[in-house]
Design a protein around this ligand. Structure first.
Ligand code: GLV
Length: 320
């Protein structure tokens, strides 16, 4: 891969919300292992006008359109909704997402942690410990619980694998049937209805598309079992937050563990912050890792340069 760009520096524009110099340096060092002539520049700089590719997380609307030499865009995350929300994004540009097994593993760990915290009454025990109360609470049989994972792509499969390894009874939910998978997957209207009614813990890992925006709303929460628990490692916009709050406050839903929110960072005055039954994480279930993701990004950059089709190209119609 190394001899293609020796005549001129290979400029790639970078943005991850802040584009701090230290992060640009870390990514550049990793990518240069594969592409020694690569130079990473901040997206909002004069130098970015020469960039042949952009590596971005949540770029400012309208910015990509202003880059005349661009041949493709790499999402710095596994999701791409943060790129496609820009309606001025030129339609000819290929967009590639990261498919990094290490990130899926990390996300699986976060889901397992959230499930175990709920099953083993972690927040109640922390509250007892604060009061120096050393006493047991009833222990539920976690293996009797039914866990539903919404989204059975590369990430969902890893989440299911880990939960099953812990002995949990897991069912997936997808748009269509999945005879290829070695665990039960419900689909379609009827399947969704069964999921909502039967599962004790609902875990959202779906990509955010038009179809899945606002998916978890009042109607869906009210179909869930009384006492069901909700975990979101997908996107904040999958959930109507007021409906979730109402469902938890009424006692119908027992609580939620959330890594993603409609507005991030979660605003200071948001009602979720102080809620005793809501656990908040700052969108860290699976952080993008330059060490594990740089090779596939380098390959995508080479494909953009050569005009060949890169791996993990996003189907714009499907939105993932
Ligand atoms: C994180 O949310 C990602 O899309 O990878």
């Amino acid at each position: 891969m190394t001899d293609i760009y020796s005549e001129e520096p290979f400029i790639v524009a970078y943005y991850d919300g802040a584009a701090e110099a230290s992060r640009i340096e870390a990514w550049q060092a990793r990518l240069q292992n594969h592409l020694p002539d690569l130079k990473l520049v901040p997206l909002m700089s004069e130098a970015a006008k020469q960039a042949m590719a952009a590596m971005v997380w949540n770029p400012p609307i309208g910015q990509i359109k202003q880059m005349p030499n661009l041949k493709g865009v790499v999402s710095l995350g596994q999701g791409v909704d943060h790129i496609f929300k820009d309606e001025s994004l030129p339609s000819h540009l290929p967009v590639v997402r990261i498919v990094d097994h290490d990130m899926s593993v990390a996300l699986g760990h976060w889901v397992c942690l959230s499930v175990l915290e709920k099953c083993r009454n972690a927040s109640d025990y922390r509250a007892l410990a604060k009061r120096r109360e050393f006493r047991p609470l009833p222990q539920q049989d976690a293996r009797a619980l039914k866990l539903g994972v919404y989204g059975v792509g590369a990430i969902g499969n890893e989440v299911v694998r880990q939960l099953r390894a812990l002995g949990f009874d897991v069912t997936g939910y997808a748009r269509g049937p999945h005879p290829d998978l070695d665990y039960p997957v419900k689909y379609g209207e009827a399947g969704l209805s069964e999921m909502l009614q039967e599962m004790d813990i609902h875990i959202c890992i779906m990509p955010l598309t038009e179809e899945t925006t606002g998916f978890f709303d009042k109607a869906k929460f009210s179909k869930m079992k009384v006492g069901a628990y909700f975990i979101n490692a997908g996107r904040g916009k999958h959930v109507i937050e007021d409906d979730l709050l109402t469902a938890i406050n009424s006692g119908h839903i027992s609580g939620a563990s959330l890594d993603v929110f409609e507005v991030e960072p979660l605003p200071d005055d948001h009602k979720f912050w102080d809620h005793p039954h809501i656990t908040i994480w700052p969108h860290v279930a699976a952080q993008t890792n330059p060490q594990t993701a740089s090779q596939q990004i380098a390959k995508a950059l080479v494909s953009f340069h050569k005009g060949t089709e890169p791996a993990n190209i996003v189907d714009k119609k499907k939105g993932y």
